[in-house]
Design a protein. Sequence first.
Length: 228
Amino acid sequence: MVFYLKFQAPDISGADPDLYKNFVRVLCNANESERFEPRRDVSIPEINIPFGKLGPPDKGLPPSKRPIFAFFAGGAHGYIRKVLFENWKDKDDEIQVHEYLDRKKTDYFKLIGQSKFCLCPSGYEVASPRVVTAIQFGCVPVTISDNYTLPFSDVLDWSKFSVYIPTEKIPEIKTILKKISLKRYLLLQKRVVQVQRHFKLNRPAQPYDMIHMLLHSVWLRRLNVRII
């Protein structure tokens, strides 16, 4: 068995198919439409790492003090974001959807820490670092993607701490989120805080952090995949 770690698209050379069939690939872009195989391959969380640091600390306002209902700011790339912007860009006070913000005037991470729900639409790739950023700041992630295998889904039930909205229901984002009761939201947010440790990088690695979770995911596939 060969372990292959790649941080871009899941394309690799087909020059040696005998070698390829025994790969366990660890991929950020876990796109099932691009030959990502959940039974064999591992989805790695995409994460922004500030220079000289392992990532932002877990922070954000308590649930009762988050004034923003739902938030997204980012580039207008990929068809999913195109649809998101067509429906929501700068059109609603509660579903706040913007293109890139002026970082000199606006603290992007502060806004995430003030939001109840963080919209995480796919761009050019299915994965987005916003998912991990939302979790780090205690914001319930709302994934909007097609064919994306969420990280650690072998052991983490994402429905317990996130919301999934199919791309065809982007016009219904507000309706869907408004149907989530306060009790349900508070439970989702509590579980977001509980899973934060699984999306942390530590030096050295610590039990149940992101490195341990990745190794566990590879180990599971090493048990399940038969070497040909």
